[in-house]
Design a protein around this ligand. Structure first.
Ligand SMILES: C[S@@+](CC[C@H](N)C(=O)[O-])C[C@H]1O[C@@H](n2cnc3c(N)ncnc32)[C@H](O)[C@@H]1O
Length: 288
């Protein structure tokens, strides 16, 4: 029993490391590939009223694009945390001289103790393999009266483009056998109530939470890029397949993706992309 647990733990840790490595590969292009994450990040920033002296943690900060935007709202201590070394390297480079501290760290291993007034978490929650552990760490990291604000894709339908591509890869004769062994690492819960329960666990008071559908239209190249930013770290990651998949499989997967995007595009050459996004705002009670 213990041995099984140990082996499973090792498999999960290896999967996580491979995902962080994939994010490092995407890091130099991530900002160009992620206009939708940027849009939702801007909304999250506007809704989380950050004061000029607030101490802020940007959790799963990626290349620090939103961390730099947070800097325009506060002169207080600002820390970005991301588990991908490549993302952190990009973030440090782009934010030179800004006084932002970027740490290469797993969000599941947060060891802050009442250091922040605000935690900002944009488009990262879905990648956490043990979200309960992350939420506990966030609770500890916040001062009393501090705010946690997150945006993340949610529900099983979270992105129409990713779902269509996965459906096609599961049935296309070139990919279906290997794709059948895909282990989807993304964490997307079905209802607002489940996210509220997750945050209530350590003691957060959830003030507002909702899931909304966002619709945008894109060229084929943009759609391909969006897919890479949103799910590339999983779909193009050997560690996410139980089978030992070959380079030919990935070549075929790329072909299936391009064909799916082409088939879903209208006469104007644009494809509609629907994303279900959770927004959630919670406070650490003053009497905690
Ligand atoms: C989709 S990107 C979002 C980046 C940025 N927050 C934004 O607004 O565009 C997700 C980020 O979460 C990071 N991430 C995933 N799992 C993580 C973990 N367990 N701990 C810390 N960062 C993690 C990835 O490395 C990646 O940079």
């Amino acid at each position: 029993m213990k041995l099984n647990y140990f082996i499973q733990n090792e498999i999960n840790n290896n999967l996580k490391l491979q995902i962080f490595n994939k994010f490092s590969c995407i890091a130099p292009n991530y900002e160009d590939f992620s206009p939708l994450e940027k849009l939702s990040g801007e909304r999250l920033l506007d809704m989380l009223a950050i004061g000029p002296r607030d101490f802020v943690l940007d959790l799963g900060c990626g290349p620090g694009n939103m961390t730099r935007r947070i800097r325009t709202r506060t002169n207080g201590k600002l820390v970005g945390v991301d588990a991908s070394a490549g993302m952190v390297a990009q973030a440090r480079w782009h934010a030179r001289g800004s006084g932002i501290l970027f740490l290469s760290k797993d969000a599941e291993e947060l060891d802050f103790d009442r250091n922040f007034n605000v935690i900002f978490c944009n488009s990262a929650l879905q990648w956490f393999s043990r979200p309960g552990r992350v939420v506990d760490g966030c609770y500890r990291a916040l001062r009393r009266g501090g705010w946690f604000g997150a945006q993340a894709p949610a529900t099983q339908q979270w992105c129409s483009l990713v779902r269509d591509v996965m459906a096609a890869a599961s049935t296309d004769v070139r990919t279906k056998d290997d794709f059948g062994s895909f282990r989807d690492p993304l964490f997307c819960m079905a209802t607002v109530g489940e996210y509220v329960a997750l945050l209530s666990g350590p003691g957060f008071d959830v003030h507002d939470a909702w899931i909304e559908r966002e619709t945008t239209r894109h060229t084929s190249q943009e759609a391909l890029n969006l897919l890479r930013a949103m799910a590339g770290a999983a779909l193009f990651n050997r560690a996410c397949y139980k089978r030992d998949v070959s380079n030919t499989f990935f070549k075929n997967l790329n072909a299936v993706i391009r064909e799916t995007i082409h088939a879903g595009s209208g006469e104007d050459g644009l494809i509609e992309v629907n994303v279900h996004r959770l927004y959630i705002f919670a406070i650490k009670p003053l009497l905690a």
